[in-house]
Design a binder for this molecule. Structure first.
Ligand code: GDP
Ligand code: MG
Length: 448
């Protein structure tokens, strides 16, 4: 899904002129991809209309980069599609008993996620406990026991009782008496969605009366997500979604469908088998990933795409893979914000980086500021632009010369250097997450 959307957006870049027809074709392709991923028809229509409204071809000044505007509009629309309503309804109540029931198919990651969830809230001062209401899977209780013991969380289960609703009720009663304020009920799944499973979920829910029902979904299920989420939502009142296994290749396109099907927000994501591999959900980051941003393989392809000379490709890759962020790279980025060019396209693939560049107040203000910064950098020597030595760049005589040379105040120069340091930090952090190839020749595509 993400790939198709990225491709559709990419077609904007290859078009000679981006006119109404090109935009329509691009949006049609995106809509088709979303529909095929079972995203709700109305949501897709909304996305199309909203993007068109925002872009409003006629009014857009010819100088503005249309591709960028469209890309941003699509990005924002996808982010808002992930908005599952009021986040307050997923909050735990302090000082009261919170009963949280986990549902999802077998293998989705429920038991693992229960433990992660319990562990997280324990660190925040809650007193969690776990109840194993899975009598379907052999060894389910042992697994939960093991997890809970490791996390030092009290647990309840039975080797003999076969009715999950009975176990769930007993466990919840026990922990209520013991004053536990977060009681997590883990349930069974089946391999398939089947009537017996949903009947069982209804019975467990009736027995424990949970304040929150969490739907746990494997991030790689894609197309099947909508039906699955909807089926659970129809039998128990799902109020939030957790997507697991986002540490692998899965981009999690099914998340859009799960949100649509349950009208509930995604609260956390699982990024590994271990207890701490659990993160709060961030829609922006998620959509970035969905659209393939931050994908090193895609990144190299892009470099090859936009920089024809092999030597120049290698030079850029070398610099970037060293995490070296020079003033010249920053200058080029600023130039690209003014007029999105090849380098900008390349850099936009580094996760978090384009956001960091853009987050500078209103568009007008930030453009003015960037212009000011670029003027200062125009008065720098090549050596200075290519240096990432903080010692060299903080020498007073240089700062004075730049200010004089550009007719700026020393204050502005210092602000520029602050900005540079901030971006360099974002840049190097972002780069750490990417696997770096040694050179452009040979097998450099770690996606396979
Ligand atoms: P359940 O059947 O829904 O209770 O699923 P489990 O919690 O037993 O998990 C099934 C498998 O998925 C186990 O091998 C887990 O270690 C694994 N798993 C769960 N969450 C994640 C995750 O976020 N990342 C990865 N890589 N594996 C996970
Ligand atoms: Mg389980």
């Amino acid at each position: 899904l993400g790939q198709r959307i990225t491709q559709a957006l990419g077609s904007l870049n290859s078009a000679a002129v981006v006119d109404e027809a090109v935009l329509d074709a691009c949006l049609k392709e995106i809509a088709t991809a979303l529909l095929q991923a079972d995203v709700n028809v109305r949501l897709v229509a909304n996305l199309r209309n909203n993007v068109k409204k925002r872009v409003n071809m006629d009014q857009m000044a010819s100088g503005l980069n249309k591709q960028k505007v469209i890309e941003k509009a699509v990005f924002d629309e996808l982010v808002s599609m992930l908005d599952g309503g009021d986040p307050k309804k997923t909050e735990l109540r302090k000082g009261k008993t919170n009963i949280v029931m986990f549902v999802g198919l077998q293998g989705a990651g429920k038991t693992t996620t229960c433990t992660k969830y319990a562990h997280l809230w324990k660190k925040k001062g809650f007193k969690p406990a776990m109840v194993c209401a899975d009598t379907f899977r052999a060894g389910a209780f042992d697994q939960l026991k093991q997890n809970a013991t490791k996390a030092q969380i009290p647990f309840y289960g039975s080797y003999t009782e076969t009715d999950p609703a009975v176990i769930a009720q007993q466990g919840v009663e026990r922990f209520k008496k013991e004053g536990r304020d977060l009681i997590i009920v883990d349930t069974s799944g089946r391999h398939k969605q089947e009537a017996a499973l949903f009947e069982e979920m209804r019975q467990v829910a009736a027995a424990v009366n949970p304040q929150h029902v969490v739907f746990v979904m494997d991030g790689s299920i894609g197309q099947a997500a909508f039906d699955q989420a909807k089926a659970f939502h129809e039998s128990v009142d799902v109020g939030q979604v957790i997507i697991t296994k986002l540490d692998g290749h899965a981009k999690g396109g099914g998340a859009l469908s799960a949100v649509a099907a349950t009208k509930s927000p995604i609260t956390f994501i699982g990024t590994g088998e271990h207890m701490h591999e659990f993160e709060g959900f961030e829609a922006q980051k998620f959509v970035g990933r969905l659209l393939g941003k931050g994908d090193w393989g895609g990144f190299i392809d892009k470099v090859k795409d936009v920089i024809p000379e092999e030597d120049a490709q290698q030079e850029l890759i070398d610099k970037i893979s060293k995490g070296e962020f020079t003033l010249r790279i920053m200058y080029e980025q600023f130039a690209n914000i003014m007029k999105m060019g090849p380098m900008g396209q390349v850099m936009s693939m580094i996760p978090g980086f384009s956001n960091a560049l853009m987050q500078q107040g209103s568009e007008k203000e930030s453009q003015a500021k960037i212009k000011r910064y670029m003027t200062i950098m125009d008065s720098m020597t090549d050596k200075e632009l290519d240096s990432s030595s903080s010692k060299l760049l903080s020498e007073q005589t240089r700062i004075m010369r730049w200010a004089r040379g550009s007719g700026s105040s020393v204050q502005d120069v210092l602000l520029l250097m602050e900005e540079y340091k901030r971006l360099a930090k974002v840049f190097s952090t972002a780069m750490k997450g990417m696997k770096l190839p040694k050179n452009l020749k040979g097998d450099i595509n770690p996606r396979n």
